[in-house]
Design a protein around this ligand. Structure first.
Ligand SMILES: [Zn+2]
Length: 499
């Protein structure tokens, strides 16, 4: 079999054919850092992590790029509403950059705790303004823009393929009708679906961050950052772009119009900007999409004032319980959140960890080699690969590891091999958790607020050593030492302690 992914462009399951043999470049829309991520937001990054690790599992070299939106994302998807960053900064009496740093750190802590591999490139919008300006100039050169009321707009009627991702009808959009509800608040727009590339006239007086540009001092529209940064790090044509399904009708539709709108004829002839568009469905809470405005704000681990919301941690659930809960549903299925379901995930994960404890004991923590696997064990491995290749079917992959782990015909050393291999994608830290469970005294990191972050850095050091990047490995060790954290290398891999 070969890897098949559901492509929103074309709405079908398609065989993945990379642009460059053996290499996959992909971009995922990252967070707008004006608040904590809620558990619904985090679903997108667990999905992205499964894509990342599946590609690696299948032998691809990968480059995974994610943006951090720290400027220019208005409260509405269209060009009305306030800038989310500026609004929060004003409320907190902080600078926009202070707000961005605080919530970026909180976001990274969340993804570390969920065992999500950090993307190879994490790029901030505010650090890529020149790239955005250069791209807008290319779009301008191709005749897709107009200036009105002090702002530079993208004229969607000049781009024939506008709306193809979401099956939008351009004629309807021009008239302001169609599947996408467009609220006409901006009289300067030629078509209701037009959007701003560069603002010089702010709708609110206190726009904190502005930059000089050929169109005047101002700031970028939201969509342009993803076009500019993805092309900077992945080239003008790359393999996969991901995001939540809510991005399909506006954000990704506009990203395509901008990116392909910047192409001259020769560039267009080389093919589309992005070949595969993948979108994860929502987490649903009590009949509606979880949003930050409906008063049910649930974080993974960040504590909130009681009137604002609460964390799963405060309710007794580990981040990995939540990861397990998410993996139990396919990324394209809407998933309803309930504490009953989360409790089920918690218990199922605990059962897996307990079985791993027994496996470790039975084989003295020694996995067999791949060559020593029986036909039956190989069968599990083949099926697991097939699950991943079938559009990242994590529910099947999870049940595969559950079946393998209790198969009495397999030797414990084989099972341990399978656990290690499958968990390289599922990332439930089964062996680590089992070691912790069988020797609780060894878990001296419990209660350490930085444990997940330090674990991630120690893992990065291990990866760097494996890649023979000793400079990076040494730097991580020294940086941690400067914080009073000592890495200890053991036969079971590195661990750490505080001095
Ligand atoms: Zn984006």
């Amino acid at each position: 079999m070969s890897l098949k992914l559901f492509n929103t462009m074309g709405k079908s399951l398609q065989e993945f054919k990379p642009i460059k043999e053996g290499y996959a470049g992909f971009y995922g829309c990252g967070p707008t850092v004006y608040n904590y991520a809620h558990i619904g937001n985090l679903r997108a990054y667990v999905f992205l992590d499964i894509l990342d690790k599946t590609l690696t599992y299948l032998g691809y070299d990968i480059k995974h790029v994610m943006n951090i939106t720290d400027v220019g994302h208005l409260t509405g998807d269209s060009d009305d509403g306030e800038d989310k960053m500026t609004k929060t900064a004003a409320e907190r009496h902080q600078s926009v950059l202070e707000v961005a740093k605080f919530y970026t750190d909180a976001f990274l802590k969340d993804i570390d705790a969920l065992n999500i591999r950090r993307p190879d490139v994490i790029c901030k919008a505010t650090e890529h303004i020149p790239e955005m300006i250069a791209l807008i100039q290319e779009i301008e050169k191709q005749g897709h823009t107009y200036m009105a009321g002090g702002n530079l707009y993208y004229d969607i009627s000049t781009y024939d393929d506008y709306g193809k991702l979401a099956n939008l009808n351009l004629d309807e959009l021009k008239a302001g009708a169609g599947k996408r509800k467009v609220v006409v608040v901006d009289e300067n727009k030629r078509n209701p679906g037009d959007f701003v590339l560069w603002f010089t006239k702010s709708k609110f007086e206190d726009q904190a961050m502005t930059w000089d540009s050929p169109w005047g001092r101002g700031y970028p529209g939201w969509h342009i950052e993803c076009s500019a940064m993805s092309m900077k790090y992945l080239g003008k044509h790359f393999d996969i772009h991901t995001g939540g399904v809510d991005h399909v009708p506006v954000h990704h539709t506009n990203e395509i119009a901008q990116s392909e709108g910047s192409f001259d004829e020769a560039e267009r002839a080389k093919g589309p900007w992005v070949n595969y568009w993948m979108h994860n469905e929502f987490l649903i809470l009590e009949g509606g999409k979880m949003s930050k405005s409906n008063g049910k704000f649930i974080t993974l681990q960040a504590e909130l004032p009681a009137e604002k919301g609460f964390s799963l941690k405060a309710k007794g659930y580990e981040p990995l319980d939540y990861r397990y809960f998410l993996l139990g549903a396919h990324y394209r299925s809407p998933l309803t959140f309930s504490f009953d379901a989360l409790e089920g995930a918690k218990n199922a994960r605990k059962a897996l960890v307990n079985k791993t404890v027994k496996v470790l004991k039975d084989c003295n923590s020694k996995a067999c080699s791949e060559a020593e696997l029986s036909e039956k064990a190989k069968g599990y491995l083949d099926s697991f690969k097939g699950d991943l290749e079938n559009d990242l079917s994590t529910p099947q992959a999870l049940s595969r590891i559950q079946m393998a782990i209790k198969d009495s015909e397999l030797k414990a050393s084989e099972i341990l091999f399978l656990i290690n291999k499958m968990d390289s994608v599922l990332s439930l830290s089964l062996v680590k958790e089992a070691e912790k469970a069988s020797n609780p005294a060894a878990d001296d990191h419990a209660g350490d607020p930085d444990a997940a972050e330090i674990d991630a850095l120690v893992q990065q050091r291990t990866d760097a050593k494996k890649a023979k990047d000793f400079a990076t490995a040494d730097k991580i060790r020294n940086d941690l030492a400067a914080r009073g954290v000592i890495i200890i290398d053991t036969p079971n891999g590195p661990t750490w302690k505080r001095q």
